[in-house]
Design a protein around this ligand. Structure first.
Ligand code: FAD
Ligand code: FES
Length: 234
């Protein structure tokens, strides 16, 4: 069990929760999180938003009973975390773009922080698309050369894939698929973070199966990060 340090409401049903402790995790990995005993039955997967000397943070939107429970937690309340799980984004070089749509921006903060420190990265841009209102621009600006926001439009319309060696993306599948198609036949490599319903989080139940060009994969163990062309290949 770990203790809540803060659980702030940011508007639009979105909260950022910080938990005390010395947590491990790579960019794009996730934890299975629960703050209840019996209901809901399953822990909920949340991407690592940030890790610092005090603890780990998760950025989450309230969509059902599990996330509603998280939103009611107060300072010093207890919470259980298991992880880090999943593969995470690869370490890359050159010119890198992170593209997040909606709650897909959650894992991109730790990702921006870690990518900005990679020795051979020349440039890091972050593009984020929101339906109603922007958030956290200043936070991402701490690590990115350029943070571009699109509210109410289509974020992929603003991307020039030729400018980048690598694109990491998380958010609606339609957005990630579009980026993969835009990069098809070019040198730019696109990595996508896939979101599926999860039960065990460790590769034991097959609830999170993802169809890829090389057959079915477990999103929790083989992913959640995949090379885009392996997932959106049709
Ligand atoms: C690897 C991974 C990382 C994630 N990271 C984050 C994060 O950082 N922040 C965040 O807000 N959310 C994240 N999610 C989604 C989050 O796990 C779900 O929103 C949460 O489990 C919903 O639980 P609930 O009890 O509140 O809602 P439920 O009652 O379980 O579901 C409410 C609604 O959300 C849908 N839903 C639930 N889980 C998923 C899912 N995994 N994929 C698609 N639809 C779903 C349900 O179909 C239903 O319509 C992540 C999911 C995965 C798989
Ligand atoms: S959630 Fe059980 S195998 Fe992925």
């Amino acid at each position: 069990m770990a203790k809540i340090i803060s659980n702030k409401y940011l508007g639009q049903d979105i909260h950022v929760m910080k938990i005390e402790g010395n947590f491990k995790g790579e960019m794009g990995q996730f934890y299975m999180v629960r703050s209840w005993d019996n209901y809901p039955v399953l822990s909920r997967p949340l991407s690592i938003h940030d890790i610092d000397d005090e603890g780990i943070s998760f950025l989450y939107r309230v969509v059902g009973d599990g996330t509603k429970n998280f939103s009611k937690l107060e300072v010093n309340d207890e919470i259980k975390l298991e992880g880090p799980y999943g593969n995470g984004f690869p370490k890359v070089e050159g010119k890198v773009l992170l593209v997040g749509g909606g709650m897909g921006v959650a894992p991109l903060y730790l990702t921006a922080k870690r990518v900005s420190k990679l020795e051979d990265v020349e440039k890091l841009d972050v593009f984020m698309g929101f339906r109603e209102k922007e958030m956290l621009k200043g936070e991402y600006e701490k690590y990115a050369d350029n943070v571009h926001i699109n509210v109410g439009g289509i974020i992929t319309d603003d991307v020039d894939v030729d400018k980048y060696d690598y694109i990491f993306t998380c958010g609606p599948e339609i957005m990630m698929e579009k980026l993969v198609k835009m990069a098809k036949g070019k040198d730019t490599k696109v990595y996508v973070s896939i979101e599926k319903r999860m039960a065990c989080g460790i590769g034991a139940c097959l609830v999170c199966t993802c169809k890829t060009k090389d057959g079915n994969k477990k999103t929790c163990k083989d992913g959640p990060v995949f090379l885009g062309e392996d997932v959106f290949y049709e």
